[in-house]
Ligand binder design. Structure first.
Ligand code: CDP
Length: 782
């Protein structure tokens, strides 16, 4: 049974008013948080004693042969004892004994493929191993599929190297969408895959890097597949472009299909050798012809090349397998399937808590922010009724949109007589290593993005995970000692799961990927070296969508609008809305940025568990509701929050808005404004005053302009009212219902545009605005 919600759940919150202007690039929250933390640590005056000096010297040379700035050697804030302890820890990692082998492999070859279980030390140690190599004169990029991992790894490695994040002389940095913390001295940069792709647009040969480490390749996001294709070309076909300083590539994975990856690079080298042979042949033939020497000589190069084929696997690529540490994990299945995974997870958490001794934290895998927050609330409520003899519970959520400072809490040591319960989406499956976990509760589900053929767009669906994901999740319980894994599904369901997950590129919309390729000058996108080639149908649909967005010329080449979109860290749809809003006849970019910032977080409105709360929220939110629909309601909420100067947390509580999500929205809006200024879409006149555009009333013309911009970005997500009161999509004529969470739920308007499609019991449009049929015709016709 579920208890009532007693006021605000005691959730982890970051500091509310970050001070602007970090010393390096942006005034990111991460940098701020790092400085706040540092300020609690007593400042170290100087390294005085001789042995201490020696130790210090050893450490700094271990990490960096040529530190870019002497200051990085002398972090004033961390004691050498702490670094010694970290060094001691690093030496116990399974990867440590392989350091020499790894260095050697990359000094002789350009590509290293490395397999090692999660937690073996790949992400934190490999860049440190490589930093002192003679070929490594520039920066090392380490890509991550998720921003949480990029930031937490940068923080961890900075600590291990005795460096600070966010200082002009910092050796370690990171770059994620809407948050950059890197400077000219950065030598190890953790960045999301999307950010590396963005950098490739500006610097196609990645000249600022000596090496790129592609981490978590097994996740097989569309972005990592693209990166792999580009990198293969850089180490093979385009190697000559960086003759003096060839790029080194390390590809790392917890579960990768190494054979597939080896073949992928081998094919690239084989094609290169073939073209070199062909060139040799042509050259020698020409020489032969001019010298008119005997025909027997001309055949020699061909003969030699044939002798070399097939060249050995080890010729260009090194492969390294790291043995992980894994204790036995007992699996407990449910005897019967459950419909309510949150409820089932709650039961398992308390069953473990009451039955199992400490220490031993619990890691719960749920599907998304909503289920994570709802379990977090329930755990906190139930914990209130535990007797004093029962150890305390510390519930910590973990999902992609969680602000950085809250995410960091999962890495902190569990307080005495307490059990940590980390409630996570599949982020913690391989991306983030949480220490202290001995119990895993696995819902067996994840939210995945999938292209809906019927509607012609991507949607997020809650789906069963694969057996390989279930194994990864289970493994999290056996890192430090024997553990247990509670699977919230039956053994039969497990056997019915797919063996491995389908790569994203085979199930998602390709428009973003194709736009990136076209912006990099690759017009023949179908023949791009994909790890898995998508179907022709998928290419055709994405190209059609890019045409509809007005980003391609008639010959299929990218046009100016397309180029602008490719530079924005947004999907082509959202990018198109921005570009439209910047047009003088629309003139509503500032408002549109606020809406897009709100769409970029999972939900700004709290998802309420009880009917009573829902009613109270409805009443409280009345002031923010806009009859035009959800997008303008979001805008009203963002403006209301931004205008609040004294207590934003209280404002959020009053309107049942997520303070946590709004902090993210504010950060994203700031970054988007800066990017739009950079692209000259927004005048560089100051918009930094937080009260700018906080007025809640606007003319009808202005709201119409905003809605038309949204429609320009989502032409295929439009539907019209049918005589029977239902809605059917305009392209495709498919039934779609307005989601109950929408402001327009139950209303009849002639046409709608929606920014998200969800499929549960039926097809729902979420994030819905009322538009005129005439506007839709105009967009679809033009
Ligand atoms: O990449 P891989 O999963 O092989 O391991 P890693 O991320 O390099 O982590 C190695 C170890 O460092 C983990 O087992 C954690 O104990 C620790 N670590 C940490 O404490 N905090 C982080 N943010 C990252 C790693």
């Amino acid at each position: 049974k579920r208890k009532r919600d007693h006021g605000r759940a005691p959730v982890a919150e970051p500091p509310s008013n970050p001070t602007p202007n970090s010393p390096v690039t942006t005034n990111s929250k991460a940098t701020q948080a790092s400085r706040n933390e540092d300020s609690h640590v007593p400042l170290k005056k100087s390294v005085s004693s001789a042995p201490e000096k020696q130790k210090f010297k050893n450490l700094s040379t271990l990490h960096s042969r040529n530190p870019p700035n002497k200051k990085s050697d002398k972090p004033p804030h961390k004691s050498s004892a702490k670094r010694d302890a970290l060094l001691h820890f690093r030496k116990t990692l399974p990867i440590w004994p392989h350091a020499q082998q790894i260095r050697k492999s990359l000094s002789t070859k350009d590509v290293l493929l490395l397999v090692g279980e999660t937690g073996s030390g790949k992400s934190t140690q490999i860049p440190q191993f490589l930093l002192s190599e003679s070929w490594c004169t520039k920066c090392i990029a380490v890509t991550q599929p998720r921003r949480v991992a990029a930031i937490s790894l940068a923080r961890r490695v900075a600590e291990e190297m005795g460096s600070q994040l966010g200082m002009p002389w910092s050796t370690v940095g990171y770059s994620v969408r809407f948050d950059h913390c890197a400077g000219p001295s950065t030598r190890i940069k953790y960045l999301t895959e999307g950010m590396l792709l963005q950098e490739m647009l500006r610097d196609p040969e990645l000249k600022q890097y000596s090496a790129v480490v592609v981490d978590e390749v097994h996740e097989r996001s569309v972005n990592v597949d693209m990166i792999m294709g580009f990198l293969r070309a850089l180490v093979t076909r385009d190697r000559g472009k960086r003759k003096a300083n060839p790029l080194k590539v390390a590809v790392m994975s917890a579960t990768a299909d190494m054979e597939g990856l080896t073949k992928f690079f081998d094919d690239g080298y084989a094609a290169l050798e073939k073209s070199e042979d062909d060139l040799e042949n042509v050259k020698s033939r020409m020489e032969d012809e001019t010298r008119t020497v005997s025909s027997s000589k001309a055949g020699q190069p061909q003969q030699q090349a044939d002798d070399n084929k097939p060249f050995e696997e080890s010729k260009h690529i090194s492969t390294c397998f790291i043995e992980g540490r894994q204790y036995p994990v007992k699996i407990v299945y449910l005897p019967e399937p459950t419909l309510d995974i949150v409820e089932a997870a709650l039961k398992s958490v308390f069953q473990i808590h009451y039955k199992e001794p400490l220490p031993g934290d619990i890691l719960v895998f749920l599907t998304g922010q909503e289920t994570v927050e709802s379990l977090e609330r329930l755990v906190n409520e139930f914990a209130l009724s535990m007797g004093p003899e029962i150890p305390k519970i510390l519930a910590l959520p973990l999902f992609a949109a969680l602000p950085q400072a809250s995410q960091q809490k999962i890495f902190q040591r569990t307080p005495p007589k307490t059990r940590k319960v980390i409630i996570s989406t599949n982020i913690a499956e391989t991306s983030v290593t949480v220490p202290g976990v001995r119990y895993v509760v696995d819902s067996g589900k994840a939210k995945i993005k999938q292209f809906s053929n019927r509607l012609g767009l991507d949607s997020l669906l809650v789906k069963p995970i694969s057996q390989s994901s279930a194994t990864q999740r289970k493994g999290r319980a056996g890192r430090e000692a024997a553990g247990q894994c509670y699977r919230l599904y039956t053994e039969t369901s497990y056997t019915e799961m797919q063996k491995a997950s389908t790569p994203e590129i085979l199930r998602c919309d390709l428009s973003s990927a194709i736009l990136t390729m076209k912006a990099r000058g690759i017009n023949d996108v179908v023949n791009f070296p994909f790890l898995d080639r998508p179907s022709m149908d998928a290419f055709a649909k994405a190209l059609l969508q890019l045409y509809q967005l007005g980003t391609l010329n008639d010959d299929g080449g990218i046009n100016e609008t397309g180029r602008q979109l490719a530079k924005l860290p947004l999907t082509p749809m959202l990018g198109r809305i921005i570009v439209e809003a910047a047009k003088p006849e629309r003139d509503c970019l500032v408002d549109v940025i606020d809406i897009i910032a709100a769409l970029s977080v999972e939900s700004i409105f709290l998802n309420l568990a009880t009917e009573e709360k829902k009613e109270r929220a409805e009443e409280a939110r009345k002031e923010l509701l806009r009859r035009e629909g959800d997008h303008l309601t979001m805008l009203a909420a963002v403006r209301g929050y931004a205008a609040e100067q004294s207590d934003r947390r209280a404002w959020a509580e009053k309107y049942f808005v997520s303070h946590r999500a709004m902090q993210n929205v504010m950060n994203i809006r700031k970054q988007l404004r800066a990017q739009c200024k950079q692209l000259s879409l927004l005048p560089s006149t100051s918009l930094d005053d937080p009260t700018t555009s906080t007025s809640t009333s606007m003319s009808e013309d202005h709201t119409n302009a905003i809605l038309q911009c949204i429609l320009r970005g989502f032409p295929v997500n439009s539907a019209r009212l049918m005589p029977d009161g239902s809605y059917k999509t305009l392209p495709g004529n498919q039934a779609v219902a307005i989601h109950p969470s929408s402001v327009l739920f139950g209303r009849k308007v002639e046409a709608i545009v929606f920014s998200e499609f969800v499929f549960t019991s039926k097809s729902y449009a979420r994030g819905v605005s009322a538009v005129r049929l005439g506007w839709v015709d105009e967009v679809l016709g033009g």
